[in-house]
Design a protein around this ligand. Structure first.
Ligand SMILES: N[C@@H](CCC[C@H](N)C(=O)O)C(=O)O
Length: 279
């Protein structure tokens, strides 16, 4: 099979972008996505993103397969990369897209300075919709005790269309992420698994975050995770509604708007190389 692809990253969270605008189904299977994401035997990436035709009035549709082949509902760094990819294909430098995703309609705006601002929609905090079996299904999970790997953690759960479990710690550098991540990801209280963020509050407008992603493991950044972490920090009175989220791969600006209750995320999206798969 011969197929053209382009590699992008958002703060080191890297993706293979495929121009799939002419057919409604992804051109790769989940199994092929696993092969393409392999960093030794394939191209190497945290996921594969498909630019599909629009539906229901949207300009385009985004679908994504994680590097383990699972399909998440949304991807924050990924949708910035998709917006940049589409702008590059269309030869424009400033544009706003309406993108349909499994998490609903998401609106990225490509800016002239190279940044991309995304209206990430509404956060979801009712436990039953994250989803988690922790606490009362109709209420938020805020600093609830959860036993993981023989230790009790105070967790807060937020969905940005995909599930996130946020734990506030004194030092993110001290967290044994590779050891703890799989235990959180596959914990029985998360029926669809979960992304797992550890957050250190530097100030009410500056948070440090590290992430173990569902279906991808440790990544350098997670856009939906940064949004979920800001929401968790506001709900537990640790942060204000606008903050910088410092990730190992760089910084994101996140704001939870008072009027619409939508989350805005601003950050870069970088094109790295284009190639042809000949496997
Ligand atoms: N890194 C992404 C999240 C990608 C999906 C995640 N692994 C999941 O399965 O929910 C982001 O930037 O949001």
């Amino acid at each position: 099979m011969t197929l053209a692809f382009t590699k992008y990253h958002g703060l080191g969270n890297d993706f293979i972008l495929l121009d799939n605008r002419h057919t409604p189904e992804p051109c790769l299977s989940p199994e092929q996505a696993v092969q393409w994401c392999d960093r030794n035997f394939g191209i190497g990436a945290d996921g594969v993103i498909f630019a599909l035709p629009g539906q229901g009035g949207s300009d385009y549709t985004m679908r994504i397969f994680n590097s383990d082949g699972s399909e998440p509902e949304m991807c924050g760094n990924g949708i910035r990369c998709l917006a940049r990819f589409l702008a590059d294909l269309e030869g424009v430098t400033e544009v706003t897209y309406r993108i349909q995703t499994l998490a609903g309609l998401i609106v990225p705006q490509v800016l002239a300075d190279g940044q991309v601002t995304v209206d990430m929609g509404l956060p979801i905090v009712a436990a039953g919709q994250v989803p988690t079996s922790l606490g009362d299904p109709a209420s938020p999970v805020l600093d609830l005790a959860l036993e993981v790997a023989g230790q009790s953690w105070a967790v807060t759960c937020v969905s940005m269309g995909n599930p996130h479990c946020i734990t506030f710690v004194e030092s993110v550098a001290a967290v044994p992420l590779a050891e703890l991540g799989p235990h959180f990801e596959h914990h029985p209280v998360f029926p669809q698994r979960t992304n797992t963020e550890f957050v250190e509050v530097v100030s009410r407008d500056y948070l440090k975050m590290r992430v173990w992603e569902r279906g991808a493991g440790i990544t350098l950044a997670c856009g939906t995770g940064a949004c979920a972490s800001l929401v968790a920090a506001v709900l537990t009175d640790r942060a204000d509604r606008r903050a910088t989220l410092e990730l190992p791969g760089g910084n994101l600006a996140i704001e939870w708007l008072e009027d619409t209750q939508h989350i805005l995320m601003t950050g870069p999206a970088s094109r790295v190389f284009a190639g042809t798969w000949v496997g």
